[in-house]
Design a protein around this ligand. Structure first.
Ligand SMILES: Cc1ncc(COP(=O)(O)O)c(C=O)c1O
Length: 385
């Protein structure tokens, strides 16, 4: 029996680091986890209470394939309160993580051979899933001069408008936020040229500087907006996300959603309604304050050591660092750092297949004590360079 050609996509290399870190943790119990892109905290307390109640009181069978109405209403209301966007519950589609939203959107909007544009460095699953679906991926090399985000000028230089453009702001792995005016101009350009803008907003809520996080629907309702409870809401394993989709996609999305997953996890849907209440948001904003402290501690501490070239970490919980003066093989280098210090970091190769051998990503969503400890352990090693 043959294995499909379409499955020959790149793996998620960071999983190798996770495995090595898990092995070391089992043997030495001393791993500092700065590789995985997730909070170290559980879901907000009201969500935990709502989940317990749902398990006791609900049947928790299948739900409507695009999610339960009260959760759609809660999310629509949240957009009004927090993002300044008027959303109707019928425009919200609940999905199995934002990952589920991307698969549905890609299938609903793109055919085999269509070109979709994204930034490099960028979140690898977009590229890999699109390739598995037979789409062409055109990566825009976005460096420090562009603050690691696509620009309108780059799009205008394309020989023909692509079928789609994905923008993540704040971005993974860089944490950069796209300038709101530039983003609005890009959204309008996409609408005018029949390009589906997919705005990955799953890190909204986590920002540290002056740049505001524009919801794409503030600029164009032709865009698709993707959200998730994974990052700001500290609920990665609950596998719940959502998207706001223009009405022309609604039938296709409904057909795909019901066939692909039947429905998103029921217990997560009932529990997640409590994630948007004031008590939860206060708890979550407390995490964001800690992320800001952690970011500053690492920026200062690593800057005093041998690592000082970072992408501007405007939001999310990552530092993306240039380590070209230390190594030309950051995968091997991260493995060595893990073996010698117990500090787990992600090599850049997942995010940038051209230059990722000279970059690393650190996640600072852990405890502040972990950041201090990581700096202490890295110091002797970095001094040797
Ligand atoms: C930019 C970005 N988009 C999407 C995802 C997928 O998140 P989830 O499926 O947990 O919502 C991630 C996960 O790290 C991410 O960093």
């Amino acid at each position: 029996m043959r294995i499909s050609d379409r499955s020959a996509i790149a793996p998620f290399y960071v999983m190798d680091v996770w495995k090595a870190a898990a092995d070391r943790q089992r043997i030495h119990g001393d791993v500092l986890a700065l590789a995985a892109g997730q909070p170290s905290t559980p879901a907000p307390q009201p969500v935990v209470a709502a989940a317990q109640k749902a398990i006791v009181e609900q049947v928790l069978g299948y739900t409507e394939s695009t999610g339960i109405l009260p959760l759609k209403e809660t999310i629509a209301d949240y957009y009004g309160r927090r993002e300044g966007v008027d959303v109707d519950p019928s425009e919200v589609v609940i999905t199995t993580g934002s990952s589920g939203a991307f698969t549905i959107l890609f299938l609903a909007a793109f055919d085999v051979g269509d070109t979709v544009v994204m930034a490099r460095p960028g979140y690898p699953a977009y590229r890999n899933v699109l390739q598995a679906l037979g789409c062409r991926v055109h990566e825009l090399a976005c460096g420090p001069d562009e603050r690691f985000q696509p620009t309108l000028a780059m799009l205008e230089e394309l020989p023909v408008p692509p079928a789609g453009l994905i923008i993540a702001s704040p971005a993974n792995p860089t944490g950069t936020i796209i300038d709101p005016a530039e983003f609005a101009a890009i959204a309008r350009w996409c609408a005018e040229h029949g390009v589906l803008l997919i705005s990955d907003e799953i890190y909204h809520g986590i920002s540290f500087g002056d740049l505001s996080q524009l919801c794409a629907w503030q600029a164009s309702r032709e865009a698709a907006v993707v959200g998730s409870v994974s990052k700001y809401f500290s609920m990665t394993g609950w596998r719940l996300g959502w998207m706001l989709v223009p009405s022309r996609y609604r039938d296709a999305v409904n057909r795909l959603a019901s066939n692909l997953t039947v429905c998103p996890p029921a217990v997560s849907q009932y529990a997640a309604m409590a994630a948007f209440c004031d008590e939860s948001l206060t708890e979550l904003d407390g995490h964001v304050q800690r992320y800001r402290r952690n970011r500053d501690i690492l920026l200062e501490g690593l800057g005093e050591q041998a690592i000082s070239k970072f992408a501007p970490a405007d939001g999310a919980f990552y530092l993306y660092a240039d380590v070209s003066h230390l190594t030309s093989d950051s995968t091997a280098w991260c493995a060595r750092v893990l073996a010698e210090t117990g500090v787990a970091m992600a090599p850049g190769i997942d995010f940038d297949t051209s230059n990722g051998n000279r970059t690393i990503r650190l996640c600072f969503a852990g405890a502040t004590a972990t950041m201090h400890e990581a700096l202490e352990r890295l110091a002797p090693m970095l001094r040797d360079f």
